[in-house]
Design a protein around this ligand. Structure first.
Ligand code: B12
Length: 261
């Protein structure tokens, strides 16, 4: 099978299983990730990058639960598309693996779960899916920032897509201004600690606080934590696997619009 035909079939498999946009970047074009890609799949040649859209109403909703639930769906779509494309490629004789969109992540030092095996924004920009917004997120022509990203590493020598020539972000700075904790300062610069404290409000950091409390907080304060809503939120986090408590930079982007027609 030709390189072109194989690329077409892999993209189609992803699009038929939940992807909204698909692009290809060669492993050589991702030198920052070569070590990790080598660890995942030594003979990998190409990375298929997948974007699946959010529901805009959920993302913009004042009820975090809706955006959290929608995030689970968007991640599931990404996972389904990546798995389908990987299986298609393997059925054509190329070793291929779907790479997680978010968790599981490598929790060891020095990344401590703050670095993906592949940075999907970087890979998607290089695969021509969109361009960087001021917030650092991927902005696509079709769905603005309202996409989740995932992909597949494969030994197939797929035909690469060219990065976009145009800049999709209109640099209005609304994403930066919308950040409730002033973690963004434009041009992709982010204070990861400030952002993380907000979005992981009831994620690992809260869990760590509870554990820390067990060691050094007086019993009455501990009782308050154990009976408080934070622990119930944490339980939901464990049950759903989704822990984001802020969607502002994504949802305020003016390119994040309903498609016309
Ligand atoms: C760790 C992580 C975080 C951390 C750290 C973010 C960061 N900047 O690294 C924290 C907790 C802060 C975070 C926050 C959020 N995240 Co997050 N996060 C990740 C994760 C798991 C790994 C990212 C990573 O490896 N970073 C490490 C390195 C590579 O980042 P870096 O050194 O800062 O490199 C960046 C810059 O150099 C920049 N850059 C390079 N050249 C240039 C040039 C220009 C002009 C610009 C502007 C930028 C730029 O691009 C690199 C990537 O952005 C990815 C999933 C994945 N595997 O990619 C999701 C991911 C990036 N997160 C995502 C989202 C949506 C969010 C949040 C909105 C929270 C939420 N509600 O989900 C916020 C947005 C914050 C923001 N505006 O960036 C999405 C982004 C989707 C999109 N449309 O772009 C991803 C891709 C998850 C997914 N699978 O869809 N996240």
């Amino acid at each position: 099978m030709t390189e072109k035909e194989c690329t077409k079939q892999a993209k189609l498999a992803a699009l038929e299983h939940g992807a909204d946009l698909v692009g290809v970047v060669k492993v050589d074009e991702l030198p920052e990730h070569s070590e990790r890609i080598e660890r995942m799949l030594p003979e990998a040649q190409s990375v298929l990058v997948i974007a699946s859209g959010h529901s805009l109403a959920s993302l913009r909703s004042g009820a975090d639960e809706l955006a959290q639930f929608d995030t689970i769906h968007a991640y599931n779509e990404c996972a389904r598309a990546a798995h389908a494309a990987a299986r298609l490629l393997e059925s054509r004789g190329f070793l291929s693996a779907a790479v997680p969109a978010f968790i599981p992540l490598d929790m060891e030092e020095p990344g401590k779960g703050m670095q993906g095996e592949i940075c999907w924004r970087r890979a998607s920009v290089r695969a021509g899916l969109g361009s960087y917004g001021e917030s650092g997120a991927l902005v696509t022509k079709e769905y603005g920032q309202a996409v989740r990203l995932a992909g597949v590493v494969t030994t197939a020598d797929l035909s690469p897509d060219a990065p976009l020539k145009e800049d999709v972000c209109d640099h209005c700075m609304r994403c930066v201004e919308a950040c409730p904790v002033n973690a963004l300062s434009g041009n992709g610069k982010i204070n990861k600690k400030l952002c993380g404290d907000r979005i992981f409000q009831y994620g690992f950091r809260y869990f760590q606080k509870v554990m820390q409390g067990m060691m050094d907080k007086p019993t009455d304060e501990l009782r308050k934590i154990v009976n408080g809503s934070g622990l119930r939120q944490l339980w939901q986090t464990f049950m759903t696997g989704n822990y984001y408590y802020c969607f502002k930079c994504q949802s305020q982007c003016p390119t994040t619009q309903l498609p016309v027609g």
